[in-house]
Design a protein. Structure first.
Length: 328
């Protein structure tokens, strides 16, 4: 089975470092269970195509957040900061493919120059939602699911089927999405570099007391510009993002270490246990002790071969995201 373990390895700017597929076949498929853990803000050079298999998903790209229903899907363009989380309390799963555009055609090909390049460089196509209201939306979701199933089954020649299905997806986008023909504006590029610098600073110094001023200084901008940049780029505030990042680090330590809960909270930048417990519950839905207990029970069930719904201890960050009930 070609479904890769969904572990995001993210660098200090939020760029995902995990290799999706191989150098000769740059595509990977994933099955995400958002009831257990959400998808963090991250970005990658590859394109991403998703079909919601169960429940409703909130898909976010920059400050844009849209609910995507079951059997519908979405497309994320290259270099776009994005994340996803469960829109409700029930089951929520989706199939995703992350693939480099060169899978469709290299830079010297007509496929790249005529079809891929206009899509990759169009700032209006950060995220495209396939809501099934139009015929081509259904065709796009069918193409994504076809490629995903081929990846999973790995029947002889499946590589051709994957490339053909994803090529169809690109053609559908090219034919039906209005292309502005404009390169990213200087403002968009500047905001992108600033937010990456500030995310890097937060992720490096989250254990320490941080202020908006300190975060803003990382990008050499004013506090008001820092707030505007966060709001316009990822739709939250720097302090909310900081708190959420601290909680996800704490969740990882709760599973991977035997440290006391109070010590974990302090190591993750929470000076008061009550505030740590409150923040953790707001974002994870359960207390730190309940989270640790539940994961241990899941691991025991998995060891015994009785199933269980793992919380993915080794990639909590890769499944954590701002927004929804936390972003208030």
């Amino acid at each position: 089975m070609a479904i890769q373990e969904c572990i995001q390895n993210i660098d200090s700017t939020g760029q995902e470092l995990s290799q999706h597929g191989s150098s000769v076949f740059p595509v990977a498929c994933y099955h995400d269970d958002l009831k257990q853990a959400n998808v963090a803000w991250h970005w990658h050079e590859e394109l991403e195509a998703v079909v919601v298999s169960e429940g409703n998903v909130i898909s976010a790209a920059g400050s844009r957040k849209i609910q995507v229903k079951e059997s519908c899907g979405f497309f994320i363009n290259t270099g776009v900061l994005h994340g996803a989380w469960n829109a409700e309390k029930g089951n929520c799963r989706f199939h995703s493919l992350v693939f480099h555009p060169r899978l469709i055609g290299g830079r010297d090909s007509v496929f790249w120059q005529k079809y891929l390049h206009p899509i990759l460089t169009d700032t209006s196509l950060q995220m495209v939602i396939f809501d099934s209201e139009e015929t081509w939306h259904k065709d796009a979701c069918a193409a994504i699911e076809e490629a995903w199933q081929a990846m999973v089954q790995e029947y002889p020649g499946y590589e051709f089927q994957v490339r053909a299905a994803l090529s169809k997806l690109i053609l559908l986008l090219y034919n039906h999405c209005p292309l502005s023909g404009h390169e990213p504006s200087p403002k968009i590029l500047r905001n992108g570099e600033r937010i990456k610098s500030m995310l890097q600073y937060i992720q490096q110094y989250y254990e320490e007391p941080l202020t908006i001023g300190m975060i803003a200084q990382a990008a050499m901008i004013s506090e008001s510009e820092c707030l505007r940049c966060f709001r316009e780029t990822i739709g939250t505030t720097p302090i909310r993002y900081l708190k959420q990042f601290r909680v996800q680090r704490a969740a990882e330590m709760l599973i991977t270490t035997e440290k006391k809960i109070a010590d974990i909270g302090e190591l993750c930048g929470f000076q008061e246990m009550s505030y740590f417990a409150k923040s953790f519950r707001e974002m994870m839905g359960i207390t730190p002790s309940e989270y640790r207990k539940k994961e241990k029970e899941n691991e025991k069930e998995m060891d015994q071969g009785t199933g269980g719904s793992t919380l993915h201890a080794d990639h909590v960050y890769g499944k954590f995201c701002a927004g929804s009930r936390w972003d208030k």
